[in-house]
Design a protein around this ligand. Structure first.
Ligand SMILES: [Zn+2]
Length: 268
């Protein structure tokens, strides 16, 4: 084998060895757009890195106040679940140093597609409204759900992704639109949460990366976030997150333009 080839192979191996574990670049500003006040928990390792460690300008746009959720707080959810979850949304966005934009579209029970697009009273059209918030904050990167699976197959998540795809067409500029391609499934009694990529070849953020902001793994940003949503997550949820095997601790994203051209398994 020629010396030059050996040398280049050695250098290639060396370059691979020093590559960071994740292949995701840090944007200059980020807008997370979701359906429910606790949805960011799935993306929390990556949002923690961007918003907390790298001090990127961040905003969370949440379309509903999550009034369809249950109440796991031992002292109840007074005066009502929407108020409690709105406060939790504020607390979580504060943790990430993110601007919080909490809208009031109705939270569905998770069975039917939400009817957010039809005009209701003086409520603004949801696509125009989301476009307005993106335009005003002007993020370089927008992250939302993939409308084909919504990570958990919740119809509110899927419709949120579809609305954002329509909203970016109305903008005066083109943000980097990314879709969350982590799939999350649950088993109960005891609660087990399974995280997996929607397809192969995605951009993968390794949740085992230690964040300098907290000196803990990026994965622990999920439990930090969940602790700020006590109406939705009790000790069994925190334990389930801690029980996820290290090899599965990751957040998967993909640029919308490329992943939408690929067949990704949807929901039944
Ligand atoms: Zn949700």
């Amino acid at each position: 084998m020629p010396v030059l080839l050996i040398l280049s192979l050695l250098l290639a191996g060396r370059a691979r060895a020093v590559l960071p574990p994740s292949n995701i670049l840090t944007p200059s500003s980020v807008m997370w757009i979701a359906a429910h006040p606790d949805d960011e928990s799935i993306a929390a390792p990556l949002l923690g890195k961007w918003c907390r460690q790298e001090h990127v300008r961040c905003a969370f746009v949440i379309l509903t106040r999550g009034e369809g959720g249950t109440c796991l707080r031992s002292d109840g959810c007074q005066p009502d679940i929407a108020s409690v979850r709105s406060a939790e949304a504020g607390s979580a966005s504060q943790y990430f140093g993110a601007t919080s934009i909490l809208l009031t579209y109705p939270n569905t029970a998770g069975v039917d597609k939400p009817d957010w697009r039809s005009a209701s009273g003086d409520r603004p059209d949801v696509v125009t409204s989301v476009a307005h918030y993106i335009e005003a904050f002007h993020p370089s990167l927008v992250l939302t759900f993939d409308p084909r699976h919504g990570t958990t197959c919740h119809p509110d998540h899927m419709e949120t992704g579809a609305i954002v795809l329509d909203a970016v067409k109305l903008l005066s500029y083109e943000p980097d639109l990314f879709l969350l391609e982590t799939r999350v499934t649950f088993a109960f009694d005891p609660l087990v949460i399974h995280f997996a990529p929607a397809v192969g070849g995605l951009q993968r953020f390794d949740g085992n990366e230690i964040l300098t902001s907290s000196q803990t793994s990026a994965w622990s940003e999920i439990t930090q976030d969940m602790a700020r949503h006590p109406s939705q997550f009790d000790g069994s949820w925190l334990a389930a997150i801690q029980n996820v095997p290290a090899s599965d601790r990751a957040v998967y994203i993909a640029r919308a333009k490329s992943i939408l051209a690929v067949q990704v398994p949807g929901c039944q």
